[in-house]
Write a protein that binds this ligand. Structure first.
Ligand code: HEC
Length: 167
């Protein structure tokens, strides 16, 4: 019976260490990641996968927009991005680089350049004021598919062929 107390204490210590390790894992987000979680993940999902909501899946897809000038500009001129509560252009550039190059992964065209603070500063002063974002997206994605090899599935907000697997 006497051995039971140290054994119990050791077990508790182990559980404590495991919990501490898990907590550290959860809090070790980079600045851009935590900006994404705070400002965007409510709609686009923690991993950029918003399916089944009718909101574009970013994971493995958003990088295709960099293949045309208009597509690249569209990403920043989206009202949710231009008007985001991130006032600092460098901070917004860092977050968008995480979104496009991190979440977008293999969809980013080879040789594509990261966003700079100066580019973000100028584009966010021209937010899209169109009545229909859907029409603007259709036009931009149509050109991406025709001219630079973006997959046809980009015409939709997610790729039905990949469901129900993860992106
Ligand atoms: C309130 C929900 C909501 C929030 C918050 C939001 N978005 Fe979006 N986002 C949307 C919707 C809906 C669209 C589709 C717009 C359209 O084409 O009609 C979209 C489109 C996009 C697109 C274009 C992708 C594509 O395939 O068309 C990108 C990139 C994007 N959002 C990034 C972001 C980022 C980065 C943030 C955080 C700063 C953010 N969004 C916050 C709902 C949201």
């Amino acid at each position: 019976m006497k051995a039971a107390v140290p054994v119990l204490l050791a077990a508790l210590a182990c559980a404590g260490a495991a919990l501490a390790a898990r907590a550290a894992e959860l809090t070790e987000l980079t600045g851009p990641q935590s900006d994404y979680v705070e400002h965007c993940s409510g709609c686009h999902g923690m991993q950029g996968d918003s399916y089944p909501a009718d909101i574009p899946v970013l994971r493995g897809r958003v990088g295709y927009f960099l293949c045309t000038k208009e597509g690249r500009e569209y990403l920043i001129r989206l009202p949710n991005v231009s008007y985001s509560a991130i006032p600092d252009d460098q901070q917004l550039a860092d977050m968008m680089n995480f979104v496009v190059f991190g979440l977008g992964g293999p969809s980013v065209p080879r040789g594509a350049k990261h966003f700079t603070a100066a580019e973000i500063g100028s584009l966010r002063k021209q937010p899209l004021a169109t009545t229909s974002l859907v029409d603007a997206r259709n036009r931009i994605v149509g050109a991406m598919v025709r001219t630079c090899g973006a997959p046809k599935s980009m015409n939709r907000f997610y790729d039905p062929a990949l469901l129900p697997q993860k992106y």
